[in-house]
Write a protein that binds this ligand. Structure first.
Ligand SMILES: C[S@@+](CC[C@H](N)C(=O)[O-])C[C@H]1O[C@@H](n2cnc3c(N)ncnc32)[C@H](O)[C@@H]1O
Length: 480
């Protein structure tokens, strides 16, 4: 939405499926959606029933790569065709039409045939739109595919930046693998409306379908009609505002991305009484506000209690019923997808940032001391040199870890957001080594400073004997 432009309700032509030009993105409503009244937020996206490839072609599955199962089915019980015992099901691979011995009745082509559970959109309190079960869903059941545009990792970063600039609130980019992402911001399936929970009833799973990876949302447990669907985004937080998680779970981590490396590194110095820990201090985001930041979401899972109190159900006539959306069966789709990393920007109004930074909210850098400053206060040359050497070692270790992180970030993030994939052992070992070296170098530096502050004289006129003013030494480290 352009600055100053008012949000508008969908017009009749929007709802009839006409492609509309928009100043920023072209959106289209799926055909056969009934006229919807009382929308408090406009929904604008192009409905996809399979992934769209923007920068490369669909892979072509080679015949030698097709795995053919050995299933036999009982003609009087076609439901038994390619069930739990199917070799392909065991490896999260769909059977290839024309090759499966069960032929047309094969039950292992759910992505290809869009065999989705019935779901319904509803409006939540504070979390935008959400998706709920519109039928009883069994544990393990495939619910819906997370479809969108398959784009490169670089393009995902570029788009995330652009969305931030445009002031888009919600994050819909998820990572597909180490080098690709799925962006459901402008184009996607109803899965784009599924919210995050720290105690989810769903999870994402990757399946190989005709040679491409695709991402599905699966039930972790039995889900009854009317229950909100949610999975753990595994948001990757890279910086900026901390965004409150409103999932309502007892085990809620408080913020989107609170478990991610970036978030933890940024907050590890917070003390128990630091009021930044208080989620109440973090502003809520409503759809009318602009916000900052880049986060990423992943596919993962834990359990959930979904708060039912915050559901703002639309009247029956006003709901968008996913079953009314015209979903074409993917008879011979060669598409792919996968969702794991959502890049999100929360542009926080400057006013709010100021409020947030007032009072006790401190910049972490304020807690870091400057080794040069410590050195300038010390008399002994040896002490000065020792500290500077340790500082250099620490800086080297930090930048080494940083560049290693950039190098292997795709693999690490892939691992963090999808437990089905493993970071190669060699990469993990490199990472652990570099992390240990960094910790050791920090310890050595701090130890050296404390030792030299306590055991050597200071430059000031009022030189005290080593150890004679320990309090002053401690002040030196903290009060600059
Ligand atoms: C993939 S979209 C989910 C659909 C979104 N609610 C909508 O209206 O389109 C992800 C965005 O929904 C919001 N969201 C999802 N789960 C949330 C939660 N537990 N707490 C707060 N906001 C949440 C965040 O703005 C997030 O970036």
């Amino acid at each position: 939405m352009e600055p100053g432009e008012e949000r508008r309700r969908p017009s009749d032509s929007d709802l009839s499926g006409d492609v509309k030009s928009h100043p920023t993105i072209r959106f289209i409503f799926p055909s056969k959606i009934p006229k919807v009244e009382n929308f408090d937020r406009e929904i604008r996206y192009i409905h996809l029933s399979q992934n769209e490839f923007s920068y490369r072609k669909h892979k072509k599955q080679k015949e030698e790569d097709i795995v053919i199962c050995e299933c036999k089915y009982n003609p009087s019980d076609p439901e038994s065709a390619c069930g739990d015992g199917c070799l392909n099901v065991h490896t999260n691979t769909e059977c290839t039409p024309g090759y499966c011995p069960c032929g047309e009745v094969c039950k292992n082509q759910k992505f290809q045939k869009c065999e989705y559970a019935k779901t319904k959109l509803f409006s939540t309190n504070g979390r935008g739109w959400g998706l709920l079960a519109d039928e009883e869903i069994k544990a393990g059941q495939f619910i819906i595919e997370y479809c969108g545009e398959v784009i490169s990792w670089k393009e995902a970063k570029r788009r995330a930046q652009a969305y931030e600039t445009q002031g888009l609130r919600d994050a819909y980019i998820i990572s597909l693998n180490a080098s690709e992402s799925i962006d459901a911001t402008g184009k996607g399936s109803l899965a784009r409306f599924i919210n995050h929970s720290c105690h989810p009833n769903c999870e994402t799973r990757k399946w190989t379908v005709l040679g491409e990876i695709r991402v599905g949302i699966f039930a972790k447990q039995d889900i009854s009609v009317g229950t909100e669907l949610a999975y753990d985004y595994n948001f990757e937080w890279y910086g900026g505002a901390k965004v409150r998680c409103l999932c309502g779970a007892a085990s809620c981590s408080g913020f989107l991305g609170a478990k991610s490396r970036g978030f933890q590194e940024d907050t590890y110095l917070w003390e128990d009484d630091d009021d930044r820990y208080s989620v109440e201090k973090i502003p809520l985001y409503d759809s009318a506000e602009d916000e900052i930041f880049l986060h990423t979401v992943s596919s993962s899972s834990s359990k959930i209690e979904i708060g039912s109190g915050d559901k703002d159900m639309m009247d029956a006539d006003d709901k968008i019923d996913s079953t009314l959306i015209n979903i074409d069966p993917l008879a011979s789709v060669v598409a792919n997808g996968l969702a794991s990393t959502v890049c999100r920007k929360y542009p926080l109004p400057k006013k709010k940032l100021k409020q947030l930074n007032k009072g006790k909210a401190k910049n972490l850098n304020q807690r870091e001391f400057n080794a040069n400053y410590v050195v300038s206060l010390l008399e002994a040359k040896e002490a000065q040199q020792e500290i500077l050497v340790y500082e250099e070692i620490k800086n080297d270790a930090s930048s080494n870890l940083e560049s290693l992180y950039n190098e292997i970030r795709p693999a690490i993030e892939e691992h963090e957001r999808d437990t089905q994939d493993n970071v190669p052992t060699s990469v993990a070992e490199k990472w652990i080594d570099a992390s240990c070296l960094k910790l050791k170098s920090e310890f050595d530096l701090y130890f050296s400073i404390i030792k030299n502050v306590v055991c050597t004289t200071k430059k000031s006129g009022d030189i005290k004997q080593p150890g004679s003013d320990l309090d002053n030494g401690v002040m030196l480290l903290t009060n600059q």
